[in-house]
Design a protein around this ligand. Structure first.
Ligand code: UD1
Ligand code: UDP
Length: 373
């Protein structure tokens, strides 16, 4: 029997690792243990509750307005203690957060092999997204086995001279999570969402939290949203605001009392995913939402200057518009008022997998340890 320790700490890692934890638990040759760093607290706990995961270890590191250095050092020290105690055969990390990088480094220092889930995404700019591009590159350098969602992710790793035999194309585990969550007859518990007229109004779902957008870019984004709503009476905006106080200050300054803009608390994953499937279009700087929305046929306006997810852009469902107010305003206005443009972007595509990524990952882990499934 092998012991596999899954490490994660933020909301998106939890959503994308939860179905994998479930899959690991099913395999009789694997003893699965879960260590959360709690780089996020409430937003992590929402996901743990939904998927009914009780972590074996909880480092509980989150602090208000935490710094990247603070997160890194706490995760590094905390995970090291757990590794020394548990002696896992492999550690699984996900994606590109500071938990991912510091967790990988802690494993490396203890000479424990790392499996990197959602490997090979690259923007090509080390400062954007910051610090995620460097986090995922460094985790990739450390990892012994790479689970790449798409062919182009695999090609990125090959360009960095990663051994081809250690790379497996699996699809993205977010699609596994999404499939188990979407329900055509879903009823929201939140009054504000239940009251919304998804048939007759154009409901825009907005999220923004990226570190490199804090400051002027977010001011531009929120000013563009304000103009769009004020000039289009049939538009309403729902914005589940990230708990980062730096985001909240900017949001409140610009969007607080604007008519038809609903600022709400972060939603649990189930209502959020079902909100994606019901809304008209999405404006976001999130990574994960760029993967979920295309499979539900929802146009995504990406509030960033780059993306590491070119597949959905090539398919036409995702458009990267940058962070200038005028350009964001023009592009969203076009989609709202031009049906032909909207329809071009609103077809469902699925470049990120078929919901079987976790099965594939577990098979490759068994293969790595030469265990027959
Ligand atoms: C982090 C990740 C980012 C990921 C994002 C997903 C890093 C450096 N950043 O960014 O890659 O896209 O998560 O959302 O790894 N807070 C709470 N409660 C929570 C969560 C956050 O109060 O449940 C507040 C805290 O004050 C915290 C702040 O938000 O200090 C920022 O959290 P942090 O994890 O540092 O950055 P994110 O922007 O969330
Ligand atoms: N999400 C959620 N509730 C919200 C906003 C987002 O459950 O209020 C989910 C979303 O469906 C996606 C993930 O959180 O799966 C994305 O997280 P985030 O945007 O924080 O991080 P990123 O993907 O940019 O790293």
């Amino acid at each position: 029997m092998i012991k596999i320790m899954t490490v994660f700490g933020t909301r998106p890692e939890a959503i994308k690792m939860a179905p994998l934890v479930k899959e690991l638990e099913k395999e009789k040759m694997i003893k699965s243990i879960v260590c959360v760093t709690a780089q996020h607290r409430e937003m992590l706990d929402q996901v743990l509750d939904l998927f009914d995961i009780n972590p074996d270890y909880d480092l509980d590191i989150m602090q208000n307005k935490q710094t990247i250095t603070g997160i890194t050092t706490k995760v590094l020290e905390g995970i090291e203690d757990v590794i020394i105690k548990e002696k896992p055969d492999m550690i699984l990390v996900h994606g590109d957060t500071t938990t991912t990088f510091a967790g990988s480094l802690a494993a490396f220092y203890q000479k424990v092999p790392v499996g990197h889930v959602e490997a090979g995404l690259r923007s090509g700019d080390k400062y954007s997204p910051y610090p995620e591009e460097m986090n995922r590159s460094l985790a990739g350098r450390i990892a012994s086995i790479h689970f790449a969602p798409t062919i182009s992710n695999k090609e990125n790793l090959l360009k960095e001279n990663i051994n081809e035999k250690s790379i497996f194309i699996t699809g993205n585990t977010v699609i596994d999570a999404l499939i188990s969550t979407i329900d055509k007859n879903y009823k929201f518990q939140e009054d504000v969402l239940n009251r919304m007229d998804f048939e007759n109004k154009k409901i825009i779902l907005l999220t923004s939290h990226r570190r490199e957008n804090l400051g002027q870019p977010m001011i531009n984004i929120f000013n563009a949203v304000k103009r769009i709503v004020e000039e289009n009476e049939n538009v309403e905006v729902v914005f589940p605001v990230h708990l980062n106080p730096k985001v909240r200050e900017l949001v409140n300054d610009i969007l607080k009392d604007v008519n038809r803009v609903h600022l709400i608390e972060p939603l649990d994953y189930k209502p959020f995913a079902n909100l994606i499937s019901k809304c008209h279009l999405i404006m976001t700087d999130s990574g994960g939402i760029q993967e979920e929305a295309p499979s539900l046929g929802k146009p995504v306006i990406v509030l960033r200057t780059e993306t590491e997810r070119p597949e959905a852009v090539e398919a036409g469902t995702v458009k990267v518009v940058g962070v200038e107010e005028k350009y964001i305003y023009d592009q969203v206005n076009l989609l709202i008022n031009n049906e032909e443009e909207y329809n071009k972007m609103a077809s469902a595509i699925n470049p990120y997998g078929n919901g079987k990524a976790c099965e594939r990952i577990v098979e490759e882990i068994l293969e790595y340890f030469e265990i027959k499934a």
